[in-house]
Design a binder for this molecule. Structure first.
Ligand code: COA
Length: 388
């Protein structure tokens, strides 16, 4: 296995893009990543594209071929494929791209992620997203994604006594960071009261405990680490790329307040990168619902079980705190175009490690961790990135 580095990164703004199609978004992010790497589209040997459900959201499947065609690569006939793992499709595409370069099969690989979600009414979007759960055993009986997240939150509050006020601190931090990110879907700060008093979606989750429905795309260019400096002065090494799955439906699990897939992928990632939680300078944690971020932080070893809210209360999670958390704004404020999210988290870490994150720059950042999950933490994918 060869070491793999990121030599270019780019993304679109996240939000409602009435004027841009799925292909426009994918090509915009891809071209930005190529420009950043200082290479031409013809230099790419393979494309891995994360996308959850373009077939349902915009009626377009065969997304890999579409991306290659509209990047001007149809005549090069390179392999281009869509990778799907629900809301972790982006990180799954990066995992696939990582394996392709690490194995020696390809040298220069483009990894993208894209989703165009806002063209449909909310009830249709909710139904499509519910496809990440067990359609037959959960969704058929009325569960939506926010409802499944709410069950996890209620159980957690019951077991550990966390209050809604404590849970509200996570979206408050995310929005504070989103306000510093010109590419974020929401660029405004909110308070604990805003979270508590906004519309209830599924008790105890209000709209402010939920990530939004967003359009957007993100892309990175991978190369073998040994030749990365040919392309850039600031390559970022992928020190770990790990993936774990567990039972798809909540009722099959032993616990609703632990994610065994996050624990497993995290353990493997720390081992692969030869790192411990204390070595990580910043994290991008999957916060589709506040409770997912809380469980994620604990199961990755950043807090004891039942105590993640203390990190928030102590101010440690702000971009200038001890454990900078979601400096991009996270899924909550930066946005959650589901197929793009995992790649977008990594684009943020690349910017941070290169000291290019502007007003939300984490001081002296050398190592970052991205945590992207599919379903109700069914699939967990971890990437650890570091300055070379
Ligand atoms: N956070 C903050 N504001 C939000 C928001 C969110 N999550 N979702 C919508 N808004 C805002 C909109 O910008 C809009 O503001 P405006 O009136 O100023 O334009 C307003 O709230 C109403 O938006 P609308 O799109 O009608 O909201 P909705 O009620 O249809 O949808 C949710 C709200 C929470 C149900 C929807 O965002 C959702 O389903 N989120 C979860 C997505 C999900 O499950 N992702 C996968 C998880 S892994």
């Amino acid at each position: 296995m060869r070491d793999v580095a990121i030599i270019g990164a780019g993304e679109t703004k996240y939000g409602e893009h009435w004027d841009k199609s799925l292909r426009d978004l994918a090509v915009e992010a891809g071209l930005k990543a190529l420009e950043d790497a200082g290479i031409y589209a013809e230099d790419i040997q393979a494309i891995f594209g994360g996308n959850m459900s373009a077939g349902s959201f915009v009626g377009q499947d065969h997304v890999g071929a579409l991306m290659a065609d509209f990047a001007g690569l149809a005549e090069t006939m390179i392999p281009a494929m869509r990778i799907e793992s629900a809301c972790a499709s982006g990180a799954a595409a990066l995992h696939a791209g990582y394996m392709a370069v690490a194995s020696g099969l390809y040298d220069i690989v483009l990894v993208g992620g894209v989703e165009k979600m806002t063209d449909l009414p909310g009830d249709m979007v909710t139904d499509i997203l519910a496809g990440a759960a067990d359609r037959e055993w959960e969704v058929f009986f009325g569960a939506t994604f926010p409802a499944l997240g709410a069950m996890m939150a209620r159980r957690y509050m019951y077991e550990f006594g966390m209050t809604r006020e404590q849970m509200a601190l996570f979206p408050v931090i995310a929005h504070k960071h989103g306000a510093l990110n010109p590419d974020a879907h929401f660029q405004r700060e909110i308070t604990v009261d805003t979270v508590l008093n906004s519309a209830m979606v599924a008790d105890p989750l209000t709209i402010m405990n939920c990530s939004p429905v967003s359009d957007g795309a993100a892309a990175v260019v991978l190369a073998p680490a040994e030749i990365a400096r040919k392309y850039t002065d600031s390559p970022i090494k992928i020190s770990a790329s790990t993936f774990a799955n567990e039972y798809i439906s909540l009722h099959s699990r032993e616990s609703l307040v632990r994610s065994v897939s996050t624990i497993e992928a995290g353990k493997k990632a720390y081992k692969m990168a030869k790192k411990e939680p204390k070595d990580i300078d910043l994290v991008e944690i999957h916060d589709a619902f506040s409770i997912i971020a809380i469980i994620g932080l604990e199961d990755l070893g950043f807090a004891k079980k039942g105590e993640a809210h203390k990190l928030a209360e102590e101010g440690q999670l702000y971009y200038d705190g001890d454990l900078p958390y979601n400096p991009s704004g996270g899924l909550k404020a930066k946005g959650h175009p589901v197929g793009a999210t995992g790649v977008g988290q990594v684009v943020e870490i690349v910017k941070q490690l290169r000291n290019e994150a502007g007003k939300r720059q984490v001081e002296d950042a050398k190592v970052g961790l991205a945590h992207n999950v599919g379903g109700t933490m069914t699939s967990s994918i971890i990437h650890i990135l570091e300055v070379m």
